[in-house]
Design a binder for this molecule. Structure first.
Ligand SMILES: Cc1ncc(COP(=O)(O)O)c(C=O)c1O
Length: 450
């Protein structure tokens, strides 16, 4: 079963080929796969050449239906650990007390919002809740277009920003057969591996050119929308300050900067709660989702009071589930976990150490071009050789699936699926790191002999 397809064909990197049959799955899993296809169809991808039937999780571990244990070095939603007892207890307590929408006065959402907003730069002092990263991004783009009176949105060349009609058209990662908005412009990400020390300035120049082009075609620039770790583009983490020149340029020209924190947010990058803070505070709208509520659907959009109030004067926003007490209780428990267990500092310490160990292990491996990371978000770029730096998605795919065979879960990103994406729950500890390293060494060792 080969699930490797170039991302540009519109097939998810590291996606199981649903049309290829059950492969070596057990009879029970093959039956579940058949029933899944019969009801869900082929729209929802599955990971890995041999999909995993998960039934239980704890901390940074997942367990399959046969009781096999996997080290989860990939899950972001469960940043404070699978089946986190504190989150579960908070949700249970809230659901057995009261859970309504936000059109009543409620303590929980206000208490949480005050706490949450204290984590942002001072100028971002209002928050709007939804149920996903997509809802937050969709609203952010609408607000930017309304505020500027322009349509144009700049995104990176292999960006993914969400699933609404608006955002699908701003998400080139979906593949070359999916239509993009006429008012989107794609820019190459700031790739310090190939662009070198000029990466920040080169990126700003590309953004400038995109703004000119948007003006030329009558769209103008509403926003630069950027995942501040550029995960689907291949994970571009540094150097610190990388995004500042481009963000300043957009704001000086009257456009808004939307920092999409769905991937790097909630402490993952190891110094602040938000990924953009490694680079700058020159942002207008910050969106987040995934890890926010420990697995419950929740999205948030932070913005200035001035922008929020002006938008509110002309629009109405109601969101049945957005900011509901159970989700808010979960999000509050997630912040408790991050604070009390010191998970931001932990992400930095263990992530830096893990990155160093990977660099050391692969120092003489000509197919490992670059190891980059911020906190517990690590990208390992696989190339045919260090001289040409040609992306080698096939080899990355093999590594991902060989690790899976050894019980270690990661994935791959980048336009060729060439960058190993190592992004474990923030509770990933020393024992987990040791386990990861021995499996990684074994996989690279066996590939080396091929
Ligand atoms: C960078 C980024 N933005 C937005 C989204 C959309 O979030 P959601 O799936 O919660 O709608 C994703 C989801 O993977 C994402 O990675």
């Amino acid at each position: 079963v080969s699930s490797l397809r170039p991302a540009l064909d519109g097939v998810m990197v590291n996606g199981f080929d649903l049309r290829a049959g059950a492969g070596s799955l057990s009879t029970a899993d093959a039956d579940l796969l058949r029933r899944r296809r019969a009801s869900l169809g082929d729209l929802y991808p599955l990971f890995y050449d041999h999909p995993i039937h998960v039934v239980r999780g704890s901390g940074a571990r997942l367990f399959d239906a046969d009781g096999r244990e996997y080290l989860d070095a990939y899950n972001n939603v469960q940043a404070v650990g699978h089946s986190n007892p504190r989150v579960a207890e908070a949700v249970h307590r809230q659901l057995t007390t009261m859970n309504t929408h936000t059109r009543y006065l409620q303590d929980g959402v206000v208490d949480f919002s005050e706490r949450f907003l204290a984590t942002f730069p001072d100028h971002l002092d209002h928050v709007v809740y939804g149920n996903s990263g997509s809802e937050s991004n969709d609203l952010a783009v609408r607000i930017a277009q309304w505020r500027t009176g322009h349509q144009g949105v700049i995104v990176t060349r292999n960006a993914y920003h969400g699933t609404t009609a608006l955002l699908a058209g701003l998400s080139p990662e979906n593949g070359s057969r999916m239509p993009l908005q006429p008012f989107v412009r794609l820019v190459d990400p700031p790739d310090a591996y190939r662009d070198g020390p000029e990466a920040a300035q080169l990126f700003a120049a590309r953004v400038q050119a995109a703004m000119w082009d948007l003006t030329r075609y009558g769209h103008g620039t509403a926003a630069l929308m950027l995942d501040s770790i550029m995960s689907t583009d291949g994970i571009f983490t540094g150097p610190v300050g990388l995004l500042d020149p481009a963000f300043r340029l957009v704001r000086a020209a009257g456009g808004l900067v939307i920092a999409d924190e769905v991937q790097p947010g909630m402490g993952r990058t190891g110094e602040h709660l938000w990924g953009f803070q490694r680079h700058t505070d020159q942002v207008d709208l910050v969106t987040c989702g995934k890890p926010l509520a420990g697995g419950l659907p929740m999205g948030a959009l932070a913005l200035s009071a001035e922008l929020s109030d002006a938008f509110a004067a002309e629009h109405r926003y109601f969101n049945t589930f957005g900011g509901n007490p159970a989700a808010v209780a979960a999000a509050n428990a997630v912040l408790d976990e991050i604070d009390e267990r010191g998970l931001i500092r932990h992400a930095k310490t263990i992530g830096t150490e893990l990155g160093s160990r990977i660099s050391l292990l692969t120092a003489d491996d000509d197919t490992v071009g670059d190891v980059r990371g911020a906190g517990l978000f690590i990208g390992v770029e696989i190339v045919t050789d260090r001289e040409s730096r040609t992306p080698d998605g096939a080899r990355a795919h093999r590594i991902v699936n060989d690790l899976r065979a050894l019980g270690v879960l990661i994935s791959a990103v980048g336009p060729h699926g060439q960058v190993l994406k190592i992004r474990p729950p923030l509770v990933f500890d020393q024992v987990d790191a040791d386990l990861f390293m021995s499996a990684f060494a074994a996989v690279l060792g066996s590939l080396g002999e091929v």
